[in-house]
Design a protein around this ligand. Structure first.
Ligand SMILES: Nc1nc(=O)c2c([nH]1)NC[C@@H]1CN(c3ccc(C(=O)N[C@@H](CCC(=O)O)C(=O)O)cc3)CN21
Ligand SMILES: CC(C)C(=O)C(=O)O
Ligand SMILES: [Mg+2]
Length: 272
């Protein structure tokens, strides 16, 4: 006897473009490991980002710069083993694509081959145009990322809102058009004015996914540990916390500590 299994239609890069055309907003969250990805995928999130924010969230680094391509592949392959519906996008980490287009393609190929991810994401505009084209030519879908680009944090010095000045806004709009023309299937816009993000989303036919970019875009992305309230020292204005897991986990874990100390755990039914 076969048990009826819930069948989901897998999300593809094409489905995301159709969602934009139909006015259906796209939901995206990060995941870096199997257990979290299983939950995120099962809850119906359309796109899972294996973000280089793993450098902060998983490894405790101050920035995203230290995480390596090998580490990203480890995270991405763990996520891939968990998912049955979501599209999985993997960040190319700092130093794996900036040298030249050939290096960028080699890194993207390693991600596709060794992790099984479905697409890659790179930070930047026209500076990395040739690299993006090279990757796309190999048949690898590319997601762009403009606005606050954390891999360039030392160039800017702060995580403040980007493209508030006309000159930077103009460059961002040009970069978005370039990414669309090059063949990217979507663009992330991070921490820019909502009005500018809406203009960009209306000017391109590919989906624009925002983080701190208002609701005039085609979808939203957050770091899952942030929206679950696990990273309790991180509270930018754009973050909505759906839980306070930091407190809930701390309460449960301290109860466990107390139960062990008082020999309340394990009890008679919890042993052999
Ligand atoms: N846990 C986590 N969540 C993220 O969203 C995230 C990461 N890590 N690591 C990589 C990047 C860095 N990101 C960031 C970092 C800081 C702010 C931010 O708004 N920071 C300050 C304000 C800084 C300022 O205005 O000078 C804040 O209000 O917390 C936003 C996005 C987004 N990404
Ligand atoms: C914040 C998102 C867009 C990201 O790039 C990451 O999590 O690494
Ligand atoms: Mg990232």
């Amino acid at each position: 006897m076969s048990v009826a299994k819930k069948e989901y239609k897998r999300i593809t890069v094409k489905s995301l473009i159709e969602m934009k055309q139909n006015g259906e907003k796209i939901s995206m969250l990060t995941a870096y490991d199997y257990t979290m990805a299983k939950i995120v995928d099962g809850a119906g999130v359309d796109v899972i980002l294996v973000g280089d924010s793993a450098s902060n969230v998983m490894a405790g680094h101050e920035t995203t710069l230290p995480i390596t391509l090998d580490q990203m592949i480890y995270h991405a392959s763990s996520v891939i083993r968990a998912i049955s519906r979501a599209l999985v996008v993997v960040d190319l980490p700092f130093g794996s694509y900036q040298s030249d287009p050939k290096e960028a393609l080699r890194s993207a190929i390693r991600i596709m081959k060794e992790s099984g991810g479905h697409a890659v994401k790179l930070e930047g505009g026209k500076e990395i145009k040739e690299s993006i084209k090279r990757i796309l030519n190999a048949g690898i879908p590319v997601m762009g990322h403009l606005g606050l680009t954390p891999q360039s944090i030392y160039k800017f010095g702060t995580y403040t809102v980007r493209a508030k000045e006309e000159e930077e806004a103009k460059k961002l709009k040009e970069d978005a058009l370039m990414l669309e023309k090059a063949g990217c299937f979507a663009i992330v816009l991070e921490k820019i004015p909502a009005k500018l993000a809406k203009e960009v989303a209306e000017s391109v036919s590919i989906p624009v996914i925002g983080i701190g970019a208002g609701n005039g875009v085609d979808g939203q992305v957050l770091v899952v540990h942030d929206m679950l309230g696990m990273t309790h020292e991180f509270h930018p204005r754009f973050l909505r916390r759906y839980m306070n897991l930091y407190e809930e986990m701390t309460t449960s874990i301290s109860q466990y500590v107390g139960d062990v100390k008082s020999v309340n755990f394990p009890n008679d039914s919890e042993q052999y």
